[in-house]
Design a protein around this ligand. Structure first.
Ligand code: F6P
Length: 529
């Protein structure tokens, strides 16, 4: 059986790592003045500079061999055509179909899925236009002013991140709120500022069975009924994005206000589906479609560009180099853009839930590292928090810097400071400094790698392309590691045990370990039956 770590290419990469370990990234630029031109590329409104990496031309060539010898071409074609690649859940993985703006059918199980995708798009269009125009009325005849999305994980992070990123395109009379945490403090705080007569709740849950979301949705409905309308009015204030139409209707949501999607859309890949409804409400249906178009453009690039000029493939290989050969444990996402402040959290779920796996697609344990710990926060703030460790600490952390080039009118000076800070940091990480000068009494070793991703402007289209880029990067890494990037059994285990514990709170159950039993005793005191 093929063993990745025994392959000739893997072994050659290990040797190359040993041979180049003491190279200085900065010297690569001296040796090759064309390095920036060679190691940068543009796709639509996105520009990637990957020249500041500890990657020589020989290393890049070998990394590309790794992808050539992988199942990428086959697995990618399978994903886009709806074959079952999520083998443990026996499902296709078709988020790419949701942003397919091309012509032609897409057959899954002998059925063309495009007409139903189109139907749901039309439903999103009708609804978002009605709410945005004020034609949609609440129970007392007033227009909607506040939209509350109730969901968690993929049913929160995507729309939450996108609504914040696209804030400047938002409808001026609509405010958006996101409730995810089962901690009652979250929903309490959001509801405390709202008027039930002008509030719309979107219950976003693929399964309509997630404890946190159902509890929050019930609390919202109770609050609505206590302060305002009657049972019959719930329909004007609650809609759902879910694959579980029956459960949504049992909750009181009108059939025509259940925005459907399908089992083949993974939670963390669902912002392109009905889960993106808050985005359509915020930026309008046209803006939502522009976001899909940006993603589609990246899909086409991913499908058609040669591997050595393929942005997601290159980003995946760079990650693999650091994780599997240079020993990096983590990967930092640092957007120099306040509007992208939720991006690190979004990418954390995308990457860590997808590639946090230790068995391959056949269920065999892997003998190599897989997905990294993804973390980060906005740049300018991060500089004054964790950058010190990145500059002089003992950890080795590759960084993705992300920024948009176009300044906001009237904010040119801020934007200039933002971008120059980012460039300064990327330069400082690479060059470091020598001990002894008056300015730098203590040395910074430098030689710390980073990519820089520039968006021409943070538009819906470029945001769509950016997210699709990371989705495909994660996919390529999953293919090379031969793992299933589309299940999440670890999360399911936690969900199941939470259910068991809450069911047995009254029992002196011996089923749990001694620590859990002891802690349950303490919890029980506060919840007398
Ligand atoms: O975090 C695990 C997960 O299953 C995610 O994949 C999903 O986005 C989230 O839970 C919420 O699930 P649901 O949308 O069914 O409420």
């Amino acid at each position: 059986m093929f063993q990745l770590t025994r392959s000739v290419t893997w072994q050659a990469l290990k040797r190359l790592h040993a041979d180049t370990a003491h190279d200085r990234i900065a010297d690569y630029f001296t040796a090759d003045p064309q390095r920036f031109d060679k190691m940068s590329l543009r796709v639509g409104g996105l520009f990637l500079d990957y020249s500041k990496h500890h990657i020589s031309a020989a290393v890049l060539e070998k990394l590309l061999e790794l992808v050539d010898h992988s199942a990428l071409v086959q697995r990618r074609a399978q994903m886009f055509s709806g074959d079952i690649i999520n083998v443990t859940e026996d499902r296709p993985v078709l988020h790419t179909a949701l942003r397919n703006v091309g012509e032609g059918p897409l057959m899954v199980d002998g059925q063309d899925v495009m007409p139903e995708i189109q139907r749901t798009r039309e439903q999103i269009q009708r609804f978002s236009e009605a709410v945005r125009s004020g034609e949609w009325k609440g129970y007392s005849g007033e227009r909607i002013k506040d939209v509350v999305n109730i969901g968690i994980g993929g049913s929160d992070l995507g729309p939450n991140m996108a609504c914040r990123a696209l804030l400047k395109y938002r409808h001026p009379e609509l405010n958006f709120h996101f409730v995810s945490n089962v901690d009652g403090a979250h929903i309490q705080k959001v509801l405390s500022g709202l008027d039930p007569a002008t509030t719309l709740f979107i219950v976003s849950t693929k399964t309509f069975s997630t404890q946190e979301t159902l509890l929050n949705a019930k609390t919202a409905r109770r609050w609505f009924l206590e302060h305002a309308g009657e049972d019959a009015d719930v329909g004007a204030h609650f809609v759902a994005a879910s694959t579980n139409r029956k459960a949504a209707m049992a909750f009181g949501i009108r059939e025509e206000n259940v925005f459907e999607f399908w089992a083949w859309v993974g939670g963390r890949y669902s912002m392109w589906s009905s889960i993106g409804l808050p985005i359509a409400l915020a930026v309008g249906f046209e803006g939502f479609m522009e976001m899909l178009e940006g993603a589609y453009e990246m899909d086409q690039h991913f499908l058609n560009a040669p591997h050595d000029a393929n942005m997601p493939v290159l980003m995946a290989l760079i990650g693999i180099w650091y994780i599997n050969f240079a020993g990096a444990e983590t990967h930092a996402i640092v957007p120099y853009d306040q509007a992208l402040h939720q991006l690190p959290s979004f990418l954390q779920q995308l990457d860590m839930e997808s590639n946090g796996k230790s068995v391959d697609i056949f269920g065999h344990p892997v003998d190599y590292k897989t997905g990294p710990i993804v973390w980060g926060q906005t740049g300018s703030n991060g500089q004054h928090a964790f950058f010190q460790l990145l500059h002089q600490g003992t950890r080795y952390v590759p960084i993705d810097f992300i920024a948009s080039l176009k300044p906001e009118p009237g904010m040119e000076d801020h934007h200039f400071a933002l971008l120059t800070n980012m460039l300064a940091q990327a330069n400082a990480f690479m060059e470091g400094s020598q001990k002894g000068s008056e300015l730098d009494p203590y040395s910074c070793p430098g030689n710390r790698p980073s990519s820089t991703l520039l968006l021409d402007e943070l538009t819906p289209k470029n945001l769509g392309a950016l997210i699709a880029l990371y989705e495909h990067k994660v996919f390529v890494q999953g293919v090379i590691w031969n793992i299933n990037s589309f299940d999440q059994w670890g999360v399911q285990l936690g969900k199941r045990i939470a259910g068991e514990i809450s069911e047995r709170i009254d029992e002196h159950s011996q089923d749990f370990d001694g620590s859990t039993q002891g802690l349950l005793t303490l919890v029980r005191e506060h919840f007398p039956s």
